[in-house]
Design a protein around this ligand. Structure first.
Ligand SMILES: NC(=O)c1ccc[n+]([C@@H]2O[C@H](COP(=O)([O-])OP(=O)(O)OC[C@H]3O[C@@H](n4cnc5c(N)ncnc54)[C@H](O)[C@@H]3O)[C@@H](O)[C@H]2O)c1
Length: 347
């Protein structure tokens, strides 16, 4: 039995993370770089001042963290997501927080319904950003789905390539790979036409450690993230001459609704299946998140910190900002060393 969480309404998936007002509270790791970096915004150094950004899949999870950090650093952000309720609520909650005062404060965050696998939606989202702000500086291709196949119990043969579901494979590739390609296409057009000579732009896609190593996710998901890395390198190659940088961020596991629900299914006994579709209380959700994080800490190479949404957002912020002005075609892994080392000899 698999439950693709993306089929479930958001309110049945997760109680939202608590996002305290203080900048340095977005990562729960006391000594996390996220705290120091977001502290820069508190100190007045806004790293995306004057920039216009689109964040796909920005309504919740890692995308929500990216939206929050982009707004905090002075960007005007358009959230493009299929979850209208969560996206609109987030945009409303951020209006007025990005700029100190004046008309700009009303325009720092907005929402548009956008299914990234539908070209008309993507084109409309980019068009809206241009109409509202006259330019596009940053596209963050964050929207993604894990897919149903391969998230079931380890003994379930639907995990096997021998049981590959072609329709499900196609659906995952359409969102994770084609969706990012469509975003690049329309963002590149906008950056070429709308930003004037020399402005360029930055395209940052959220890939995954499953785009680097096998065995980190279901087959379709792994294929889609490998495709995204290849696409990033090719687009960087082509768009470099226009001053447009194209990069990826590749996180290890983060206990968002994507992962928590997939792992709940994986570890659930038959009796637990009644939970499906029931709105979880905040306390119940917090306990599921803690269980997932405990498993992730066990698998991690780097011991101590727990990878959180805000840590991934800080990496995306670096690649979106002018601080990475000579970085292109790069895959910035945020994985504590998982993809670079395996402690075979017991170091
Ligand atoms: N959570 C992890 O462990 C992890 C690890 C590595 C990479 N990632 C990647 O990070 C990205 C964000 O994942 P998350 O963990 O925050 O997941 P999530 O499920 O919590 O959030 C995904 C967001 O994308 C939106 N979305 C889904 N399909 C969409 C579509 N077709 N068009 C527009 N929006 C759509 C959802 O509504 C949601 O707001 C994904 O690309 C995922 O593959 C996640």
């Amino acid at each position: 039995m698999t439950t693709a969480l993306e089929f479930m309404p958001a309110d049945k998936i997760a109680a939202p993370r608590a996002w305290p007002a203080a900048d340095n509270a977005t990562s729960n790791n006391a000594a996390a770089p996220a705290a120091a970096a977001t502290g820069a915004a508190a100190a007045g150094r806004r790293r995306l001042e004057g920039k216009v950004a689109i964040v796909t899949g920005g309504a919740r999870g890692i995308g929500e963290a990216i939206v929050r950090v982009f707004v905090r650093h002075g960007a005007r952000v358009l959230i493009a997501d299929i979850d209208d309720a969560a996206g609109q609520a987030l945009a409303s909650s951020l209006i007025g927080t990005g700029e100190e005062a004046g008309a700009e404060s009303l325009a720092c965050c907005s929402f548009v319904h956008c299914d990234v696998s539908c070209e008309a939606d993507v084109e409309r989202a980019v068009g809206l950003a241009l109409a509202a702000h006259g330019r596009l500086d940053v596209l963050c291709n964050n929207a993604g789905v894990l897919g149903g196949q391969g998230t079931g119990s380890p003994n379930n043969n639907t995990n096997s390539i021998a049981s590959l579901d072609a329709a499900e494979f196609d659906r995952v590739l359409r969102v994770n790979a084609l969706g990012a390609a469509l975003g690049m296409k329309h963002a590149a057009r906008a950056m070429l036409q709308g930003n004037g000579n020399g402005h360029g732009g930055s395209i940052v896609s959220v890939a995954s450690v499953a785009g680097v190593l096998g065995g980190m996710g279901p087959h379709a998901y792994t294929a889609s993230k490998h495709a995204l890395l290849g696409l990033t390198k090719n687009a960087a190659c082509e768009l470099g001459k226009h001053g447009i940088r194209v990069n990826c961020v590749s996180p290890f596991g983060v206990a968002t609704s994507m992962l928590v629900n997939a792992w709940r299914d994986r570890t659930a006994g038959a009796g637990d299946e009644d939970d499906e579709g029931i709105v979880m209380s905040g306390a119940r959700w917090a306990s599921e998140v803690e269980k997932t994080e405990e498993m992730l800490r066990g698998m991690a190479t780097l011991k101590g910190p727990t990878l959180r949404e805000a840590d991934v957002a800080e990496a995306a912020l670096f690649l979106a900002s002018d601080e990475s002005s000579y970085v292109s075609g790069h895959n910035l892994v945020v994985d504590g060393g998982v993809t670079t080392s395996r402690n075979v000899i017991g170091l």
